[in-house]
Design a protein around this ligand. Structure first.
Ligand SMILES: Nc1ncnc2c1ncn2[C@@H]1O[C@H](COP(=O)(O)OP(=O)(O)OP(=O)(O)O)[C@@H](O)[C@H]1O
Ligand SMILES: [Mg+2]
Length: 110
């Protein structure tokens, strides 16, 4: 989980200057939202960026040493825990990354 969040926070700070993190605690799931203040990701690219080695336009990513693996690894970790990661752009700009994680049945089911 630490690796998952670190990959997402590193992206937010690098591509979007700063990360605003909110938690939404619900009996059935926990949602962690990481919003940044960069260019966001166009809708047509939001699935592609999870594929290994995919990096968007070089002007944004050039000379950063990134390998295009961070998002895919983060989603893999979230899914292995029964959750998932979704992307959208904030209405006022910046990328919004939503990490959802299920609440354990033995806690919520009491
Ligand atoms: N917060 C963001 N805002 C805008 N674009 C982003 C953001 N996060 C990721 N991207 C785009 O998605 C691409 C893939 O991200 P990913 O984290 O998988 O790889 P990376 O950051 O390029 O390299 P690394 O493997 O070091 O994380 C990035 O190269 C960038 O183009
Ligand atoms: Mg990255």
């Amino acid at each position: 989980m630490k690796r998952c969040l670190a990959n997402l926070l590193e992206n937010a700070i690098f591509y979007g200057q700063r990360a605003d993190v909110t938690l939404e605690d619900d009996p059935s799931r926990l949602t962690i939202t990481i919003r940044d203040h960069g260019p966001g990701i166009p809708e047509g690219q939001r699935e592609r960026v999870f594929s290994p080695f995919v990096r968007l336009e070089p002007s944004r990513s050039r000379n950063t040493g990134g390998s295009g693996l961070g998002l895919g690894i983060a989603r893999h970790i979230a899914r292995a825990l029964g959750g998932d990661i979704g992307l959208d752009n904030h209405p006022e700009g910046g990328l919004r990354v939503n990490v959802t994680l299920p609440r354990p049945r033995n806690i919520t089911g009491l």
